[in-house]
Ligand binder design. Structure first.
Ligand code: HEM
Length: 413
């Protein structure tokens, strides 16, 4: 029952702010621990790096798809089906299981090839530069500016817009819709509020992407939307218009808050460590190692969930059919069995590999893109503003799912 206490603490205000002491306690009891599903909803918490690698690759564990949610609800018209945001999410690759998962993931993956990422690089540099110009203008004369609002939020929206094919002039419209849509799965008493805002955002996003699909159908370009339409037209892929729109929303949002908070977290970690900040500023070749460590040390998406399709076990912990597993990616990133001195920020640690993008069939499709974006963005910030300084305490996000900052007041020097 020690683990049940730890989980309750994890969902508390203090746990949301700093879950790492709780994770350290969990690591002491092994790689997975039983929970009481009546108290905690989940049957097992899985926090070891190796255990998560095993579980996410095990076909017995599946994503919480529409059929599972229907069974869980039991009503003729399950409640989740009345929520627009949840209906959209359930059609995205995130929540699909075989065979539908591959049917949607294969065509999407065509847009994330190494060749395409290389082609995106000059665009990312241009977009970051433009946002740095705007930051410089806003912060002229020593004025305090919010790094999150003026840089960390807009850059990922610009970059995904470039990938998906959203015209530049439309991109500022996205953050106020992407953020509420991304929060609909946030657990806790505020969930209904997030759901309401998320449903409104889902309706607007669906209308936008339906129009974009029509535009690209008649005038294709070199972007994700056109790639998907071309694959379907050639018979290489099969999906409905509704699935197409849902997955465009899914990709846009998958890459948004995740990257926003990685950039903000990276800035704070570097501001707190002047020697590291100087090294990243002066040696562009160390950027990949820094980004790997930023993503290990501060995990942007803390957890995922799977359910067991038959009676099974995780590292010796029994899980009944239909039991849910809470998969703590943030804890795996601090697993002392996998990382020596896990609570030390060390970009030069050997054999580093963050768990932040998960593993297995649902491994993040945007991992290479977001790493590239952060590797380019953070050194560009440090070089443009070598005297950038905090102008007050950063405001931490109060969320269970995403970890990062709501506001980072800075002066540019
Ligand atoms: C630092 C930034 C990012 C982080 C930390 C992150 C994290 C994750 C995680 C943890 C998953 C798997 C969830 C699970 O297994 O339960 C995932 C899946 C996914 N991510 Fe990312 N992501 C990031 C950026 C992006 C970007 C930029 C894009 C696209 C533009 C993207 C697109 C996706 C997609 C489409 C999936 C679903 C894959 C599938 O289910 O087959 N992500 N991401």
């Amino acid at each position: 029952m020690q683990t049940a206490i730890a989980l309750r603490e994890l969902f508390s205000a203090e746990g949301r702010r700093d879950p790492y002491p709780f994770y350290a306690g969990l690591h002491q009891v092994g790689q997975a621990a039983p929970l009481d599903p009546v108290v905690d909803r989940y049957s097992v918490v899985v926090h070891g790096y190796e255990a998560i690698e095993k579980l996410t690759r095990d076909p017995v564990f599946k994503m919480l798809d529409a059929a599972y949610l229907d069974r869980l609800d039991g009503r003729d018209e399950p409640l989740w089906r009345r929520r627009r945001s949840l209906r959209v999410l359930q059609q995205t690759v995130f929540f699909l299981n075989p065979p539908d998962h591959a049917r949607l993931r294969r065509p999407l993956a065509q847009a994330f090839t190494a060749r395409r990422m290389a082609r995106l690089e000059p665009a990312i540099v241009r977009l970051v530069d433009r946002r740095l110009d705007q930051l410089e203008e806003a912060g002229a004369g020593g004025r305090t500016v919010d790094f999150m609002k003026l840089f960390a939020y807009p850059v990922p929206s610009d970059v995904i817009g470039e990938l998906v094919g959203v015209p530049e002039e439309d991109r500022p419209w996205f953050p106020p819709r992407s953020e509420p849509f991304s929060l609909v799965l946030e657990p806790g008493p505020q969930n209904w509020r997030y759901l309401q805002a998320g449903d409104a955002a889902a309706a607007e996003l669906a209308a936008y992407f339906a129009r974009l699909v029509e535009t690209r159908r008649s005038a294709p370009r070199d972007d994700l939307t056109s790639t998907l339409l071309e694959q379907r037209a050639s018979g290489a892929a099969e999906f409905s218009d509704e699935e197409l729109v849902s997955n465009l929303i899914g990709v846009y949002n998958a890459g948004f808050l995740t990257s926003v908070h990685s950039i903000g977290n990276g800035l704070i970690l570097l501001m707190e460590r002047p020697a590291h900040r100087a090294e990243l500023r002066d040696k562009p070749e160390v950027a990949p190692a820094y980004v790997e460590e930023i993503l290990r040390y501060k995990t942007p998406v803390q957890f995922g969930v799977r359910y067991a399709t038959e009676d099974t076990e995780v590292m010796g912990v029994p899980v009944p059919e239909g039991g849910e597993a809470l998969v703590l990616l943030g804890a795996a990133n601090r697993d002392p069995r996998r990382f020596s001195d896990p609570d030390v920020f060390d970009p030069h640690r050997p054999d580093n590999h963050t768990m932040s993008f998960s593993v297995g069939p649902h491994y993040c499709l945007g991992a290479a893109l977001s790493k590239l974006e952060i590797q380019l963005a953070l050194p560009m910030v440090l070089r443009r503003f070598p005297r950038l300084a905090l102008a007050g305490s950063p405001r931490t996000l109060d969320l269970m799912t995403f970890h990062g900052y709501q506001e980072i007041p800075v002066t540019l020097g």
